[in-house]
Ligand binder design. Structure first.
Ligand SMILES: C[S@@+](CC[C@H](N)C(=O)[O-])C[C@H]1O[C@@H](n2cnc3c(N)ncnc32)[C@H](O)[C@@H]1O
Length: 454
Protein backbone atom coordinates (compact mmCIF):
# COMPACT_ATOMS: atom_id res chain seq x y z
CA UNK A 1 0.00 0.00 0.00
CA UNK A 2 1.37 3.42 -1.01
CA UNK A 3 2.03 5.41 2.13
CA UNK A 4 0.75 8.66 0.55
CA UNK A 5 -2.68 7.07 0.02
CA UNK A 6 -2.71 5.74 3.56
CA UNK A 7 -1.80 9.11 5.00
CA UNK A 8 -4.35 10.90 2.86
CA UNK A 9 -7.24 8.69 3.93
CA UNK A 10 -6.29 7.92 7.53
CA UNK A 11 -8.64 10.43 9.12
CA UNK A 12 -11.12 10.21 12.01
CA UNK A 13 -14.25 8.50 10.71
CA UNK A 14 -17.34 6.56 11.80
CA UNK A 15 -17.57 2.75 11.75
CA UNK A 16 -21.12 3.03 10.37
CA UNK A 17 -23.06 0.62 12.51
CA UNK A 18 -25.84 3.13 11.83
CA UNK A 19 -26.66 6.07 9.60
CA UNK A 20 -26.94 8.75 10.82
CA UNK A 21 -24.07 7.93 13.19
CA UNK A 22 -24.86 8.46 16.88
CA UNK A 23 -23.09 11.85 17.29
CA UNK A 24 -25.21 13.17 14.39
CA UNK A 25 -28.59 12.15 15.76
CA UNK A 26 -31.03 15.03 15.89
CA UNK A 27 -32.50 14.62 19.33
CA UNK A 28 -34.62 17.77 19.03
CA UNK A 29 -37.30 15.98 17.00
CA UNK A 30 -37.22 12.86 19.17
CA UNK A 31 -39.73 11.99 21.89
CA UNK A 32 -40.45 8.77 23.73
CA UNK A 33 -43.95 8.85 22.22
CA UNK A 34 -42.61 9.01 18.66
CA UNK A 35 -40.19 6.20 19.48
CA UNK A 36 -43.03 4.02 20.76
CA UNK A 37 -45.13 4.79 17.64
CA UNK A 38 -42.28 3.77 15.36
CA UNK A 39 -41.72 0.53 17.30
CA UNK A 40 -45.43 -0.31 17.01
CA UNK A 41 -45.42 0.44 13.28
CA UNK A 42 -42.25 -1.54 12.62
CA UNK A 43 -43.37 -4.49 14.74
CA UNK A 44 -46.71 -4.59 12.89
CA UNK A 45 -44.97 -4.55 9.52
CA UNK A 46 -42.33 -7.17 10.22
CA UNK A 47 -43.01 -9.49 13.17
CA UNK A 48 -45.18 -11.96 11.23
CA UNK A 49 -42.88 -12.11 8.20
CA UNK A 50 -39.30 -11.64 9.46
CA UNK A 51 -39.49 -11.67 13.24
CA UNK A 52 -37.48 -9.22 15.33
CA UNK A 53 -33.93 -9.02 16.70
CA UNK A 54 -33.03 -8.61 20.34
CA UNK A 55 -29.72 -7.37 21.73
CA UNK A 56 -29.17 -7.64 25.48
CA UNK A 57 -26.27 -5.70 26.98
CA UNK A 58 -24.70 -7.40 30.02
CA UNK A 59 -22.22 -4.77 31.25
CA UNK A 60 -20.34 -6.39 34.12
CA UNK A 61 -16.67 -7.44 33.92
CA UNK A 62 -14.46 -8.66 36.75
CA UNK A 63 -11.47 -6.67 35.55
CA UNK A 64 -10.79 -3.75 33.24
CA UNK A 65 -9.22 -4.44 29.83
CA UNK A 66 -7.45 -1.14 29.23
CA UNK A 67 -8.14 -1.08 25.47
CA UNK A 68 -11.90 -1.66 25.72
CA UNK A 69 -14.22 0.93 24.18
CA UNK A 70 -17.49 -0.70 25.31
CA UNK A 71 -19.91 0.31 28.05
CA UNK A 72 -19.00 -1.72 31.15
CA UNK A 73 -19.03 -1.79 34.94
CA UNK A 74 -16.12 -3.41 36.73
CA UNK A 75 -17.05 -5.43 39.82
CA UNK A 76 -16.31 -8.72 41.49
CA UNK A 77 -19.64 -8.65 43.31
CA UNK A 78 -21.87 -11.21 41.60
CA UNK A 79 -24.87 -10.18 43.69
CA UNK A 80 -25.46 -7.53 40.97
CA UNK A 81 -26.67 -10.21 38.53
CA UNK A 82 -30.17 -10.74 39.96
CA UNK A 83 -31.20 -7.06 40.05
CA UNK A 84 -29.93 -6.52 36.52
CA UNK A 85 -31.89 -9.47 35.14
CA UNK A 86 -35.08 -8.23 36.83
CA UNK A 87 -34.57 -4.80 35.23
CA UNK A 88 -34.04 -6.32 31.77
CA UNK A 89 -37.16 -8.47 32.07
CA UNK A 90 -39.16 -5.44 33.19
CA UNK A 91 -37.91 -3.44 30.20
CA UNK A 92 -38.85 -6.34 27.91
CA UNK A 93 -42.35 -6.46 29.45
CA UNK A 94 -42.77 -2.75 28.59
CA UNK A 95 -41.95 -3.48 24.94
CA UNK A 96 -44.25 -6.50 24.92
CA UNK A 97 -47.10 -4.27 26.15
CA UNK A 98 -46.49 -2.10 23.10
CA UNK A 99 -46.41 -5.07 20.73
CA UNK A 100 -49.74 -6.57 21.90
CA UNK A 101 -48.84 -9.77 20.05
CA UNK A 102 -46.32 -12.49 20.79
CA UNK A 103 -42.97 -11.40 19.36
CA UNK A 104 -41.10 -13.88 17.16
CA UNK A 105 -37.40 -13.60 17.84
CA UNK A 106 -35.18 -14.21 14.83
CA UNK A 107 -31.89 -13.03 16.33
CA UNK A 108 -30.86 -12.86 19.94
CA UNK A 109 -27.42 -11.62 20.94
CA UNK A 110 -26.00 -11.36 24.44
CA UNK A 111 -23.18 -8.81 24.40
CA UNK A 112 -21.08 -6.97 26.90
CA UNK A 113 -19.26 -6.30 29.04
CA UNK A 114 -18.92 -9.98 29.74
CA UNK A 115 -22.06 -12.09 29.40
CA UNK A 116 -20.17 -15.03 30.97
CA UNK A 117 -19.71 -12.92 34.13
CA UNK A 118 -23.27 -14.13 34.86
CA UNK A 119 -23.75 -17.64 36.23
CA UNK A 120 -25.25 -20.23 33.87
CA UNK A 121 -28.35 -20.37 36.14
CA UNK A 122 -28.87 -16.62 35.85
CA UNK A 123 -28.38 -16.64 32.08
CA UNK A 124 -30.98 -19.40 31.89
CA UNK A 125 -33.36 -17.31 34.03
CA UNK A 126 -32.82 -14.36 31.68
CA UNK A 127 -33.38 -16.27 28.43
CA UNK A 128 -36.35 -18.24 29.79
CA UNK A 129 -37.82 -14.96 31.07
CA UNK A 130 -37.51 -13.46 27.58
CA UNK A 131 -39.24 -16.45 25.98
CA UNK A 132 -42.02 -16.77 28.56
CA UNK A 133 -44.24 -14.71 26.27
CA UNK A 134 -42.30 -14.85 23.00
CA UNK A 135 -41.46 -17.44 20.33
CA UNK A 136 -38.34 -18.22 18.34
CA UNK A 137 -38.85 -17.41 14.62
CA UNK A 138 -37.95 -20.13 12.07
CA UNK A 139 -34.26 -20.08 11.24
CA UNK A 140 -33.46 -18.27 14.49
CA UNK A 141 -29.87 -17.44 15.40
CA UNK A 142 -28.87 -16.97 19.03
CA UNK A 143 -25.35 -15.88 19.92
CA UNK A 144 -23.29 -14.65 22.84
CA UNK A 145 -19.89 -13.17 23.68
CA UNK A 146 -17.78 -15.32 25.96
CA UNK A 147 -14.61 -14.45 27.83
CA UNK A 148 -12.19 -17.38 27.37
CA UNK A 149 -11.02 -17.01 30.98
CA UNK A 150 -14.42 -17.49 32.57
CA UNK A 151 -16.59 -19.39 30.07
CA UNK A 152 -17.33 -22.81 31.55
CA UNK A 153 -18.72 -26.03 30.10
CA UNK A 154 -21.92 -25.25 32.06
CA UNK A 155 -22.24 -21.83 30.36
CA UNK A 156 -21.82 -23.40 26.94
CA UNK A 157 -24.16 -26.34 27.62
CA UNK A 158 -26.87 -24.22 29.27
CA UNK A 159 -26.96 -21.73 26.41
CA UNK A 160 -26.78 -24.53 23.81
CA UNK A 161 -29.82 -26.17 25.42
CA UNK A 162 -31.62 -22.83 25.10
CA UNK A 163 -30.95 -22.71 21.33
CA UNK A 164 -27.62 -20.85 21.10
CA UNK A 165 -25.40 -22.10 18.28
CA UNK A 166 -23.01 -19.15 17.90
CA UNK A 167 -20.39 -17.91 20.29
CA UNK A 168 -17.63 -15.32 19.91
CA UNK A 169 -14.59 -15.37 22.14
CA UNK A 170 -12.48 -12.28 22.83
CA UNK A 171 -8.88 -13.20 21.98
CA UNK A 172 -7.30 -9.87 20.84
CA UNK A 173 -3.61 -10.95 20.71
CA UNK A 174 -1.56 -13.82 22.16
CA UNK A 175 1.61 -11.84 22.95
CA UNK A 176 2.31 -11.57 26.68
CA UNK A 177 3.64 -8.02 26.29
CA UNK A 178 0.49 -6.89 24.51
CA UNK A 179 -1.73 -8.77 26.97
CA UNK A 180 0.01 -7.09 29.91
CA UNK A 181 -0.41 -3.65 28.31
CA UNK A 182 -4.13 -4.20 27.82
CA UNK A 183 -4.52 -5.88 31.23
CA UNK A 184 -5.91 -9.06 29.77
CA UNK A 185 -3.76 -12.10 30.48
CA UNK A 186 -5.19 -14.98 28.56
CA UNK A 187 -3.06 -17.92 27.47
CA UNK A 188 -3.69 -19.85 24.25
CA UNK A 189 -4.64 -22.92 26.33
CA UNK A 190 -7.70 -21.10 27.72
CA UNK A 191 -8.90 -20.15 24.26
CA UNK A 192 -8.21 -23.65 22.91
CA UNK A 193 -10.11 -25.23 25.79
CA UNK A 194 -13.32 -23.19 25.36
CA UNK A 195 -13.18 -23.42 21.55
CA UNK A 196 -12.90 -27.22 21.62
CA UNK A 197 -15.58 -27.49 24.30
CA UNK A 198 -17.98 -25.33 22.26
CA UNK A 199 -17.34 -27.49 19.20
CA UNK A 200 -17.86 -30.72 21.15
CA UNK A 201 -21.16 -29.45 22.52
CA UNK A 202 -22.37 -28.65 19.00
CA UNK A 203 -21.90 -24.93 18.38
CA UNK A 204 -21.91 -24.48 14.61
CA UNK A 205 -20.36 -21.02 14.43
CA UNK A 206 -17.44 -20.17 16.67
CA UNK A 207 -15.87 -16.77 16.23
CA UNK A 208 -12.64 -15.27 17.58
CA UNK A 209 -12.19 -11.51 18.04
CA UNK A 210 -8.69 -10.27 17.15
CA UNK A 211 -7.52 -6.66 17.23
CA UNK A 212 -4.69 -5.02 15.28
CA UNK A 213 -3.02 -1.76 16.30
CA UNK A 214 -2.81 -2.62 20.02
CA UNK A 215 0.03 -1.21 22.17
CA UNK A 216 3.43 -2.84 21.55
CA UNK A 217 1.95 -5.09 18.84
CA UNK A 218 4.50 -6.15 16.21
CA UNK A 219 4.38 -8.05 12.92
CA UNK A 220 5.76 -11.11 14.75
CA UNK A 221 2.90 -10.92 17.29
CA UNK A 222 0.29 -10.72 14.54
CA UNK A 223 1.79 -13.64 12.61
CA UNK A 224 1.91 -15.73 15.79
CA UNK A 225 -1.62 -14.73 16.85
CA UNK A 226 -3.09 -15.49 13.42
CA UNK A 227 -1.29 -18.83 13.22
CA UNK A 228 -2.48 -19.86 16.67
CA UNK A 229 -5.99 -18.73 15.74
CA UNK A 230 -5.90 -20.74 12.51
CA UNK A 231 -4.78 -23.82 14.46
CA UNK A 232 -8.18 -23.71 16.21
CA UNK A 233 -10.03 -23.06 12.90
CA UNK A 234 -12.83 -20.77 14.18
CA UNK A 235 -15.63 -20.42 11.61
CA UNK A 236 -15.42 -16.63 11.77
CA UNK A 237 -12.77 -14.15 12.73
CA UNK A 238 -13.33 -10.49 13.54
CA UNK A 239 -10.08 -8.66 12.89
CA UNK A 240 -10.84 -5.22 14.31
CA UNK A 241 -8.83 -2.09 13.94
CA UNK A 242 -8.05 -0.91 17.46
CA UNK A 243 -10.30 2.10 18.06
CA UNK A 244 -8.34 4.44 20.27
CA UNK A 245 -10.99 6.63 21.87
CA UNK A 246 -9.45 7.65 25.21
CA UNK A 247 -11.69 10.72 25.41
CA UNK A 248 -14.66 8.42 26.09
CA UNK A 249 -15.01 8.40 29.87
CA UNK A 250 -14.44 5.12 31.60
CA UNK A 251 -12.65 3.26 28.79
CA UNK A 252 -9.51 2.97 30.88
CA UNK A 253 -7.47 3.41 27.73
CA UNK A 254 -4.91 5.48 29.62
CA UNK A 255 -3.43 2.25 30.98
CA UNK A 256 -0.60 2.55 28.44
CA UNK A 257 1.26 5.25 26.65
CA UNK A 258 0.18 6.52 23.20
CA UNK A 259 3.75 6.14 21.96
CA UNK A 260 3.40 2.35 22.29
CA UNK A 261 0.70 2.29 19.58
CA UNK A 262 1.66 1.25 16.03
CA UNK A 263 1.05 4.22 13.72
CA UNK A 264 -0.46 4.61 10.21
CA UNK A 265 1.64 2.47 7.87
CA UNK A 266 2.87 0.23 10.64
CA UNK A 267 -0.69 -0.40 11.82
CA UNK A 268 -1.98 -1.04 8.31
CA UNK A 269 0.86 -3.49 7.71
CA UNK A 270 -0.33 -5.52 10.69
CA UNK A 271 -3.71 -5.84 8.99
CA UNK A 272 -2.32 -6.61 5.54
CA UNK A 273 -0.04 -9.33 6.90
CA UNK A 274 -2.81 -10.84 9.03
CA UNK A 275 -5.21 -10.73 6.10
CA UNK A 276 -2.77 -12.45 3.76
CA UNK A 277 -2.22 -15.35 6.14
CA UNK A 278 -5.95 -15.73 6.75
CA UNK A 279 -6.71 -15.73 3.02
CA UNK A 280 -3.92 -18.27 2.39
CA UNK A 281 -5.51 -20.48 5.04
CA UNK A 282 -8.90 -20.44 3.31
CA UNK A 283 -10.67 -17.57 5.09
CA UNK A 284 -12.60 -15.01 3.02
CA UNK A 285 -12.76 -11.30 3.74
CA UNK A 286 -16.39 -10.36 4.42
CA UNK A 287 -17.47 -6.73 4.72
CA UNK A 288 -15.19 -4.67 6.92
CA UNK A 289 -12.90 -6.34 9.53
CA UNK A 290 -14.44 -9.81 9.15
CA UNK A 291 -13.30 -13.15 7.78
CA UNK A 292 -15.24 -16.41 7.46
CA UNK A 293 -14.77 -19.96 6.23
CA UNK A 294 -16.86 -20.97 3.23
CA UNK A 295 -18.92 -23.25 5.45
CA UNK A 296 -20.13 -20.35 7.62
CA UNK A 297 -23.49 -18.65 6.93
CA UNK A 298 -21.82 -15.23 6.96
CA UNK A 299 -19.87 -16.22 3.85
CA UNK A 300 -23.06 -17.44 2.13
CA UNK A 301 -24.89 -14.20 2.99
CA UNK A 302 -21.98 -12.13 1.70
CA UNK A 303 -21.95 -14.10 -1.58
CA UNK A 304 -25.78 -13.88 -1.92
CA UNK A 305 -25.78 -10.16 -1.17
CA UNK A 306 -27.97 -10.63 1.94
CA UNK A 307 -25.41 -9.63 4.56
CA UNK A 308 -26.74 -6.97 6.94
CA UNK A 309 -25.13 -4.56 9.38
CA UNK A 310 -26.58 -2.99 12.49
CA UNK A 311 -25.46 -2.00 15.99
CA UNK A 312 -24.49 -5.62 16.65
CA UNK A 313 -22.06 -5.53 13.69
CA UNK A 314 -22.60 -7.83 10.69
CA UNK A 315 -25.35 -10.42 10.64
CA UNK A 316 -26.48 -12.96 8.10
CA UNK A 317 -30.15 -12.03 8.36
CA UNK A 318 -31.87 -8.66 8.34
CA UNK A 319 -34.84 -7.76 10.50
CA UNK A 320 -36.56 -4.42 10.32
CA UNK A 321 -36.88 -4.07 14.09
CA UNK A 322 -34.04 -4.50 16.56
CA UNK A 323 -34.72 -3.90 20.23
CA UNK A 324 -31.71 -3.28 22.48
CA UNK A 325 -32.32 -4.03 26.15
CA UNK A 326 -30.10 -3.01 29.05
CA UNK A 327 -27.85 -0.12 29.95
CA UNK A 328 -26.58 1.93 26.95
CA UNK A 329 -28.20 -0.39 24.36
CA UNK A 330 -29.30 1.07 21.05
CA UNK A 331 -32.53 0.07 19.30
CA UNK A 332 -33.41 0.47 15.62
CA UNK A 333 -37.00 0.47 14.35
CA UNK A 334 -35.78 1.26 10.81
CA UNK A 335 -37.66 4.58 10.99
CA UNK A 336 -35.87 5.73 14.14
CA UNK A 337 -33.08 4.96 16.59
CA UNK A 338 -33.11 5.19 20.38
CA UNK A 339 -30.43 4.74 23.01
CA UNK A 340 -30.88 3.67 26.64
CA UNK A 341 -29.42 5.49 29.63
CA UNK A 342 -25.65 5.02 29.80
CA UNK A 343 -25.11 4.59 33.54
CA UNK A 344 -26.55 1.73 35.56
CA UNK A 345 -27.95 4.16 38.13
CA UNK A 346 -29.91 6.14 35.51
CA UNK A 347 -31.02 2.95 33.79
CA UNK A 348 -32.38 1.43 37.02
CA UNK A 349 -34.04 4.71 37.96
CA UNK A 350 -35.99 4.91 34.69
CA UNK A 351 -37.04 1.26 34.94
CA UNK A 352 -38.25 1.80 38.53
CA UNK A 353 -40.37 4.70 37.22
CA UNK A 354 -41.95 2.24 34.73
CA UNK A 355 -40.48 4.21 31.82
CA UNK A 356 -38.71 2.92 28.73
CA UNK A 357 -35.15 3.94 29.67
CA UNK A 358 -34.36 5.70 26.35
CA UNK A 359 -32.64 9.07 26.71
CA UNK A 360 -31.92 10.11 23.15
CA UNK A 361 -32.74 9.14 19.61
CA UNK A 362 -33.27 10.14 16.02
CA UNK A 363 -36.18 9.99 13.58
CA UNK A 364 -34.86 9.24 10.07
CA UNK A 365 -36.00 11.63 7.31
CA UNK A 366 -36.27 10.66 3.61
CA UNK A 367 -32.71 11.73 2.89
CA UNK A 368 -31.39 9.68 5.84
CA UNK A 369 -33.18 6.58 4.54
CA UNK A 370 -31.58 6.92 1.11
CA UNK A 371 -28.09 7.55 2.49
CA UNK A 372 -28.45 4.66 4.92
CA UNK A 373 -29.27 2.37 1.99
CA UNK A 374 -26.04 3.35 0.20
CA UNK A 375 -23.92 3.04 3.32
CA UNK A 376 -25.36 -0.40 4.11
CA UNK A 377 -24.72 -1.48 0.52
CA UNK A 378 -21.11 -0.32 0.66
CA UNK A 379 -20.39 -1.85 4.06
CA UNK A 380 -22.07 -5.19 3.22
CA UNK A 381 -21.54 -5.57 -0.55
CA UNK A 382 -18.76 -3.12 -1.49
CA UNK A 383 -21.01 -1.65 -4.19
CA UNK A 384 -24.08 0.57 -4.41
CA UNK A 385 -26.36 1.69 -7.20
CA UNK A 386 -28.82 4.51 -7.64
CA UNK A 387 -31.95 4.72 -9.70
CA UNK A 388 -34.65 7.29 -10.43
CA UNK A 389 -35.68 7.58 -6.77
CA UNK A 390 -32.44 9.05 -5.69
CA UNK A 391 -30.62 10.15 -8.80
CA UNK A 392 -30.33 13.48 -7.03
CA UNK A 393 -26.91 12.17 -6.00
CA UNK A 394 -25.85 13.23 -9.46
CA UNK A 395 -26.86 16.72 -8.45
CA UNK A 396 -24.87 16.67 -5.25
CA UNK A 397 -21.48 17.82 -6.45
CA UNK A 398 -19.80 17.33 -3.08
CA UNK A 399 -20.57 13.58 -3.11
CA UNK A 400 -19.44 13.15 -6.69
CA UNK A 401 -16.28 15.22 -6.21
CA UNK A 402 -15.19 12.98 -3.38
CA UNK A 403 -16.09 9.83 -5.32
CA UNK A 404 -14.21 11.04 -8.42
CA UNK A 405 -11.13 11.77 -6.35
CA UNK A 406 -11.29 8.29 -4.85
CA UNK A 407 -11.70 6.90 -8.36
CA UNK A 408 -8.51 8.72 -9.41
CA UNK A 409 -6.78 7.19 -6.38
CA UNK A 410 -7.91 3.75 -7.57
CA UNK A 411 -10.23 3.06 -4.61
CA UNK A 412 -13.44 2.64 -6.62
CA UNK A 413 -14.93 2.59 -10.11
CA UNK A 414 -17.84 4.85 -11.03
CA UNK A 415 -20.25 3.51 -13.64
CA UNK A 416 -23.49 5.08 -14.96
CA UNK A 417 -25.69 4.09 -12.05
CA UNK A 418 -23.42 2.39 -9.58
CA UNK A 419 -20.04 2.45 -7.93
CA UNK A 420 -17.88 -0.52 -7.01
CA UNK A 421 -15.07 -0.61 -4.47
CA UNK A 422 -11.83 -1.97 -5.95
CA UNK A 423 -9.49 -4.42 -4.19
CA UNK A 424 -7.24 -1.44 -3.38
CA UNK A 425 -10.23 0.43 -1.98
CA UNK A 426 -11.36 -2.28 0.47
CA UNK A 427 -9.39 -0.87 3.46
CA UNK A 428 -10.99 2.52 2.78
CA UNK A 429 -14.64 1.51 2.73
CA UNK A 430 -15.30 3.76 5.77
CA UNK A 431 -13.86 6.70 3.81
CA UNK A 432 -16.05 5.85 0.80
CA UNK A 433 -19.12 5.82 3.07
CA UNK A 434 -18.03 9.22 4.37
CA UNK A 435 -18.41 10.60 0.83
CA UNK A 436 -22.15 9.89 1.11
CA UNK A 437 -22.48 11.12 4.68
CA UNK A 438 -24.19 14.46 4.13
CA UNK A 439 -24.67 15.10 7.85
CA UNK A 440 -20.91 14.82 8.41
CA UNK A 441 -20.25 17.02 5.38
CA UNK A 442 -22.63 19.73 6.56
CA UNK A 443 -21.16 19.94 10.03
CA UNK A 444 -17.62 18.78 10.75
CA UNK A 445 -17.28 17.54 14.34
CA UNK A 446 -16.15 20.25 16.74
CA UNK A 447 -14.50 17.80 19.09
CA UNK A 448 -12.86 14.40 18.56
CA UNK A 449 -15.65 11.88 18.06
CA UNK A 450 -14.42 9.08 15.88
CA UNK A 451 -11.43 6.74 15.79
CA UNK A 452 -9.05 6.86 12.79
CA UNK A 453 -10.30 5.01 9.69
CA UNK A 454 -7.14 2.91 9.31
C1 LIG B 1 -17.34 -6.10 24.41
S1 LIG B 1 -16.12 -7.18 23.95
C2 LIG B 1 -16.82 -8.62 24.67
C3 LIG B 1 -15.91 -9.81 24.70
C4 LIG B 1 -15.92 -10.61 25.95
N1 LIG B 1 -16.56 -9.92 27.02
C5 LIG B 1 -14.49 -10.86 26.38
O1 LIG B 1 -14.02 -10.12 27.22
O2 LIG B 1 -13.89 -11.77 25.87
C6 LIG B 1 -16.32 -7.50 22.25
C7 LIG B 1 -15.11 -7.26 21.42
O3 LIG B 1 -15.01 -5.90 21.06
C8 LIG B 1 -13.70 -5.64 20.60
N2 LIG B 1 -13.27 -4.34 21.12
C9 LIG B 1 -13.48 -3.82 22.35
N3 LIG B 1 -12.90 -2.60 22.47
C10 LIG B 1 -12.30 -2.32 21.26
C11 LIG B 1 -11.57 -1.22 20.75
N4 LIG B 1 -11.28 -0.14 21.49
N5 LIG B 1 -11.13 -1.30 19.46
C12 LIG B 1 -11.40 -2.38 18.69
N6 LIG B 1 -12.09 -3.46 19.13
C13 LIG B 1 -12.55 -3.43 20.40
C14 LIG B 1 -12.82 -6.75 21.17
O4 LIG B 1 -12.29 -7.54 20.13
C15 LIG B 1 -13.78 -7.54 22.05
O5 LIG B 1 -13.51 -8.91 22.07
Amino acid sequence: MESSILQKYNVPGPRYTSYPTVPYWDNSGFTEGLWQDSVVQSFGESNATQGISLYIHLPFCESMCTFCGCNKRITKNHAVEAAYISAILKEWAMYRDLFRQRPRIKELHLGGGTPTFFSPENLEKLVKGIFELADAAPGYEFSFEGHPNNTTREHLQTLYDLGFRRVSFGVQDYSETVQKAINRIQPFENVAKVTLMAREIGYTSISHDLVFGLPYQTVENIVDTIEKTNALRPDRISFYSYAHVPWIKGTGQRGFDDTSLPKDNEKRRLYEIGKKILCDKGYHEIGMDHFALESDSMYTSFKNGTLHRNFMGYSSSATQLMIGLGVSSISDSWYSFAQNEKTLEDYYHRIEQNELPVFRGHILNDEDLIIRKHILNLMCRFTTSWDNDDDYFNELPEVLWDLREMERDGLLAIEDTFIEVTEKGLPFVRNICMAFDLRLKRKAPETKLFSMTI
